[in-house]
Design a protein around this ligand. Structure first.
Ligand SMILES: *Cc1c(COP(=O)(O)O)cnc(C)c1O
Length: 375
């Protein structure tokens, strides 16, 4: 019998994918345990906002729960719906971006812990607690120098004086966020730490939650009672310029959809930004900026085949890009061959750097057109 005809349909679809994204859940768990070890006796939460940085919040949160994580942060309330069902009741979900007006009862019903960023949010949450006649949990965020979210220094005095009126708000911890933790030498780290320590003295009964991934590696004084790593769980480098201690999580291979040989002088891609300086062999591969590969990789980035670096030539298109394969033996790449975009030869951080961006943006942009495989 013809083997092709007996192939399950799903396999046929997989074979037609433009690219293959592997997400190593085991590596995410090992990264979690590594961070937990660095942090002990402080504990490690997990930031699973933005669909766990694009990697799939439900499977990632489920794996992290099994690895022992019990505290999960999302950014928006709407992200709770995807994560809550995969977690047992003893896991706590926090919403970083706070409480939107009118969202109080839904938030209370969902049993999540909002991070309150202003007096207005605190008062609304307190009123909701009175309305429901029960205590409601919350975290309080302070702005220690990033000017993004949290109680401003001006609000802190008022907060202290009225906190006793909000006895139905069960404050679990106080928190803040570092702005320059990716630069170990930045004096802003010390300044924010000093400000956080000053605030902690004002609220001596409340534990402190401070460090993101990078902050964990700034030293124990940044650990507080719980840290909030995100990118380090997903294999991004939390050490700035130093070597990455985390295990890689993501692999990305892209399919070749056409190869050609072109004579010297041939224009390549939109706007003809690249003109072949000599006879070249080119391959068009099946992913572009709609798949999260930034257009800034045009004429700059590369992919790999074996140990060979294959430079991207011309502009990155929406659904494809073209690479120079002249360095490869003829016929090494054919229709359907796979080249490495993220893997042993080019890390997530390497790719981000080539694109002039950060690992966070690459991960959260990866898009839905790859065949995803969870390991
Ligand atoms: C995104 C975020 C984190 C996680 O940061 P990483 O750098 O990915 O570890 C922690 N805290 C807050 C407030 C965040 O917004």
């Amino acid at each position: 019998m013809n083997e092709r005809m007996t192939m399950p349909a799903a396999q046929g679809i997989a074979a037609a994918a433009c690219g293959y994204l592997t997400i190593d859940l085991g590596a995410i768990c090992r990264n979690y345990l590594k961070l937990a070890e660095v942090l002990a006796p402080a504990k490690a939460a997990a930031v699973v906002k933005a669909d766990a940085y694009g990697l799939g919040a439900p499977p990632v949160a489920e794996a992290l729960y099994k690895a022992g994580c019990r505290d999960f942060f999302v950014a928006h309330f709407m992200e709770v719906a995807a994560v809550r069902p995969v977690l047992s009741d003893n896991a706590v979900l926090y919403v970083l971006n706070g409480l939107q007006p009118g969202n109080e009862l839904a938030c209370a019903a969902a049993g999540v812990v909002p991070v309150l960023n202003s007096l207005e949010q605190l008062r609304r949450w307190s009123a909701a607690a009175h309305g429901l006649g029960k205590r409601l949990p919350a975290a309080l965020q302070f702005d220690t120098g990033m000017s993004r979210l949290g109680f401003s220094p001006a609000e802190q005095v008022q907060l202290k004086s009225e906190l006793a009126d909000h006895e139905l708000v069960d404050i679990r911890f106080i928190m803040s966020h570092l702005a320059s933790a990716d630069e170990v030498e930045s004096e802003q780290n010390d300044q924010q730490l000093a400000e956080m320590q000053r605030i902690a003295k004002e609220f001596p009964d409340l534990p402190v939650c401070f460090a993101n991934s990078n902050g964990i590696f700034l030293g124990q004084s940044y650990h507080g009672y719980m840290a909030r790593p995100g990118i380090a769980l997903y294999g991004g480098n939390p050490m700035g310029a130093a070597a990455n201690p985390m295990e890689p999580v993501v692999g990305l291979k892209i399919a070749v959809i056409q190869t050609r040989t072109v004579p010297a002088g041939t224009k390549v891609g939109y706007g003809a930004t690249f003109v072949a300086p000599r006879e070249m062999r080119l391959a068009t591969i099946a992913a572009g900026y709609a798949d999260g590969l930034p257009r800034s990789l045009s004429d700059r980035g590369a992919v790999y085949f074996g140990d060979h670096r294959l430079p991207i030539v011309g502009r990155v298109s929406m659904d494809s890009m073209t690479v120079d394969i002249s360095a490869l033996p003829e016929e090494a790449l054919t229709l359907g061959s796979l080249v490495e975009m993220i893997g042993p030869h080019q890390t997530l951080d390497d790719l981000a750097q080539a694109a002039g961006t950060i690992s966070y943006e690459v991960l959260t942009s990866l898009g839905q057109r790859y065949e995803r495989q969870y390991l």
